[in-house]
Design a binder for this molecule. Structure first.
Ligand code: FES
Length: 159
């Protein structure tokens, strides 16, 4: 397990092992993991400690888009695929991302630098098409902006 059990137990205690606190519990546990996900082993541990089923844990992870059951890259790129972004060139932006990153939506690059996923609207419709990288919002995206953003994230000094 990548997260320290001592810290996980502290989180469980803080929320008194309550099922109603499962979302914040999982969010905090996920933050402990550098790869920003809840491993199967961890899901099993939390389920046992909270005396709930592992299925219940996965129901919450699946429902709540900020929770992950697979490791994420250093840069977690979430491309909005809700209506406003969809009609303002989201496909063009998606193609630019796929081409720049060399991965499809739902994948993580081999060097673990990037994960690309869809996300529902996160309130940046006024600057659509939009995406988030970790928690930073990028809007009014164009193909050249994507090239520049990816290049900066890679740490390239030339553009
Ligand atoms: S529809 Fe894309 S941010 Fe709202």
């Amino acid at each position: 397990m990548t997260a320290d059990i001592f810290d996980v137990n502290k989180i469980l205690k803080k929320y008194e092992y309550k099922d109603s606190s499962l979302i914040p519990i999982l969010q905090e546990v996920q933050k402990l993991n550098e790869e920003k996900y809840i491993s199967e082993e961890m899901a099993k541990y939390i389920a046992a400690e909270m005396k709930i089923s592992k299925t219940r844990i996965y129901e919450v992870i699946t429902f709540f888009s900020a929770l992950n059951d697979k490791p994420k890259g250093k840069y977690f790129i979430q491309l909005c695929n809700s209506t406003v972004c969809e009609i303002t060139d989201k496909d063009l932006i998606e193609n630019a991302l796929v081409s720049e990153l060399g991965i499809q939506v739902g994948e993580t690059s081999q060097d673990k630098m990037f994960t690309l996923e869809y996300t529902p609207c996160f309130g940046a419709c006024d600057v659509s098409p939009a995406m988030r990288v970790n928690k930073v919002v990028y809007g009014n995206l164009t193909e050249s902006k994507i090239k520049s953003i990816v290049s900066k994230l890679r740490g390239d000094t030339h553009e």
